[in-house]
Ligand binder design. Structure first.
Ligand code: PMV
Length: 300
């Protein structure tokens, strides 16, 4: 018998990093996912097709934590776990959270646990802690629930209904991004420049409320403006880099309505909002002409 579980990737539309300090953020699931397949086996084995690796240490650790939380003894119930998917790893699109969600769902299906989404989300958060230290929980939440969400630490999530769908191009700097390092950098800088950071954080907070209103209204021009402003704030706290800034500039020059880094920053991905599929192709070509990988997604 085999069981499948999936977890979706995500982009953060507004306020990564600020969210760690209790400021609201907005994120959206994307149509790329991680899939975990579980089959009964003679002995416990994890094979990750993305890494082309068997029994990866971190993945084993996550499996042990999640299985012990749900009360499944894998030494008595050995299984084979196969992990695959089309979400690039380590680039801020939530692949680690999606892996934890997919694994939790597959375990729930395989052992007939009927876990609710809230429980899947909680399990995935335990897994995320292994990858990221003290994550805000935004990645596993979007990966579990899907759609577009308003996320504040320690509060219930709220779903956002978009007034219009968003056509987005994701540009990859090709530089692996370490969220942990970026979060640590912000923490240290904030300690040194507390007053300035408090001001930036307040701007980020009000930008979240404005952006939410424009998303609900479907005002694409304003949403774009807010994204570009958000990028400027992220740059001020030190999590951009020259490649991210270059891709943001390039997309704005090529007709995007707005652009910003997405995820941990210091490399990884950026997103550009465009008005339609035709502009998605134009921007994606501009990125690729310069040797950067791109991905086109439609949200909502
Ligand atoms: O996992 P990433 O790289 O998409 O980044 C997560 C967002 C951060 O705000 C940078 C960290 C967090 O825990 O919320």
């Amino acid at each position: 018998m085999s069981s499948i579980g999936r977890g979706y990737g995500k982009i953060i539309l507004f306020n990564e990093h600020f969210v760690v300090y209790g400021i609201p953020a907005i994120a959206s699931a994307i149509d790329r996912y991680v899939e975990v397949k579980i089959t009964d086996s003679e002995e416990l084995e994890i094979f990750d097709e993305r890494l082309k690796r068997a029994n990866d240490k971190i993945e084993m650790k996550i499996l042990n934590i999640i299985s012990s939380k749900i009360g499944v003894d894998l030494s008595k119930n050995p299984i084979k776990i196969e992990i695959k998917g089309d979400l690039p790893l380590g680039s801020g699109l939530g692949a680690s959270a999606a892996t934890c969600v997919a694994l939790s769902r597959a375990l729930s299906n395989h052992f007939n646990l009927n876990l609710r989404d809230e429980e899947i989300n909680e399990l995935a958060y335990y897994g995320e802690k292994i990858f990221h230290g003290t994550p805000s929980g935004i990645d596993n939440t979007v990966s579990t629930f899907g759609g577009v969400i308003w996320f504040e630490r320690e509060k219930n999530i709220e779903r956002i209904t978009l007034g219009k769908p968003l056509y987005i191009v994701i540009g990859n700097t090709g530089i692996p991004s370490s969220t942990k390092k970026a979060v640590e950098k912000v923490r240290k800088r904030r300690e040194r420049e507390r007053e300035r950071f408090d001001e930036i954080f307040e701007e980020a907070r009000s930008l979240a409320y404005d952006s939410r209103r424009y998303l609900e209204m479907g005002d694409l021009d304003k949403i774009g403006e807010c994204m570009t402003k958000n990028h400027a704030l992220l740059k001020e706290i030190g999590v951009s880099c020259k490649e991210l800034d270059m891709l943001v500039e390039l997309s704005l020059k090529s007709g995007a309505l707005g652009a910003k880094l997405t995820g941990g920053g210091l490399g990884g991905n950026m997103i550009a909002l465009v008005k339609d599929e035709k502009d998605q192709d134009i921007i994606a070509r501009e990125f690729e002409k310069r040797g950067f990988k791109s991905m086109k997604v439609k949200v909502g």
